[in-house]
Design a protein around this ligand. Structure first.
Ligand SMILES: *Cc1c(COP(=O)(O)O)cnc(C)c1O
Length: 394
């Protein structure tokens, strides 16, 4: 049993986030880990039959340390940090599926993942069937002899749907297929992949794991065998995480459980508050009882997170006026940082499709996506109230 597992069994996530998977230390060690900003390492002589150390191989000390820490937070055996969330997704899928193979995926997907699955993988001879994630029978019907993995995003961007992962985990087990999950919106704090039958969990560490909007990274966690395979592809395709970014990610993880508590609290409080504002048509938040997946979310998630959807009665014009009136929150893509960021999926992640298609996906024109940060919640309410007033007065 490796250190990551030992950590998971013995220690609280808050402790693991700070001290890592094993917390070993000796007198004179620096309390904050050094950044090993080196591409390569001495070695490679005739008597040296160990693993070649090279930063592109994912075995720089900062990469190893942060990978093991995320794995311990997830309750998984091993973890590998890479250069972005998309690198984690593409390397994982490429390690499991080859030309002629098939993937079954939820159709609720991050925009770039959807393009990867709908356009890029088919060009390389890998077919993807997109299914309605909350219909287990559809997953079963989509299976083919050449299916190699099941893929799910939870919660999904930006509609915050929370498909029940439990029937999928059973199906995956029954069929001997790995269940791969993008758990970026949940973080290991709100969803423990290792406790829920997920075989491979992926994060865009750019978001909550890093938490400060100052790095781009991805992490994939799973069995040691699985991670060894993906590390093999990392060596070939090359999207290694820079040591400094790995160090920043490790620093973010030290406050992850504490930050998630704040995101969960501010998220729920603002969702409830938005519901009472007369300009608001709908609030989309898994923590509200009227959310279509509230019951599943309340069972499988430890917190409802900081992501919120607000639909304004005034449609696109009102949404644009609203974001123009913000002073504390600001308009920017991305999410999961300490600062509150707002975006209009109509103009960003879902720009490429028609208004009717967006509406069909649960994204009407007045939809505003809010990544609730850790500011004082009253300051956020005041800011949003003023922005609603400004939007109303045109
Ligand atoms: C941002 C995001 C990604 C992509 O991550 P990058 O770090 O930007 O490559 C993947 N999945 C989800 C759910 C995301 O929010």
């Amino acid at each position: 049993m490796n250190d990551a597992r030992r950590g998971q069994e013995l220690l609280d996530q808050a402790t693991v986030g700070i001290h890592g998977a094993n917390g070993r230390r000796s007198e004179g060690d620096p309390v904050a880990p050094p950044i090993v900003q080196s591409a390569t390492f001495f070695g490679g002589g005739p008597g040296d039959d160990g693993e070649l150390l090279y930063t592109r191989h994912g075995n720089n000390p900062n990469q190893l340390q942060v990978g093991a820490k995320v794995a311990a937070l997830e309750g998984m055996e091993a973890g590998l940090p890479v250069a972005s969330g998309m690198a984690a997704i593409s390397l994982t899928v490429l390690s499991l599926a080859r030309t002629g193979d098939h993937v079954v995926s939820s159709r609720f997907l991050y925009g770039a993942t959807r393009t990867l699955f709908e356009q890029e993988l088919p060009r390389r001879g890998i077919q993807v069937s997109l299914v309605d994630p909350d219909k287990p029978r559809d997953w079963r019907n989509a299976l083919r002899p050449e299916t190699r993995l099941l893929y799910l995003e939870l919660p999904a961007n930006p509609t915050l749907r929370v498909p029940d992962p439990r029937p999928l985990a059973s199906l995956a087990l029954e069929e001997g297929l790995p269940l791969v999950m993008d758990s970026t919106f949940a973080s290991p704090v709100n969803f423990r992949a290792g406790e829920n039958g997920v075989d491979v969990v992926i994060h865009s560490a750019t978001k909550y794991l890093g938490g400060h909007s100052d790095l781009v990274a991805g992490v994939v966690c799973g069995s040691s065998d699985m991670i060894r395979e993906i590390r093999g592809l990392l060596k070939l395709y090359g999207p290694a995480l820079d040591p400094h970014a790995a160090w920043l990610l490790d620093r973010g993880l030290r406050t992850l459980p504490l930050r998630m508590e704040g995101h969960n609290r501010n998220g729920l409080e603002l969702a409830t508050w938005f519901r009472d504002q007369s300009e608001v048509e709908q609030v989309i938040y898994p923590g509200l009882p009227d959310h279509p997946d509230h019951e599943v979310a309340a069972t499988v998630l430890k917190g409802f997170g900081g992501m919120l959807g607000v639909v304004l009665k005034g449609g696109a014009a009102a949404a644009e006026a609203f974001v123009g009136g913000l002073r504390v929150a600001s308009l920017a893509p991305s999410l999961g940082g300490v600062e509150t960021l707002v975006s209009l999926p109509r103009l960003t992640s879902h720009r490429g499709i028609s208004a009717a298609q967006r509406a069909d996906q649960g994204i009407p024109d007045g939809f505003i996506r809010i990544s609730v940060g850790l500011e004082g919640v009253q300051d956020l309410k005041d800011d949003f109230r003023l922005a609603l007033d400004r939007a109303a007065s045109g």
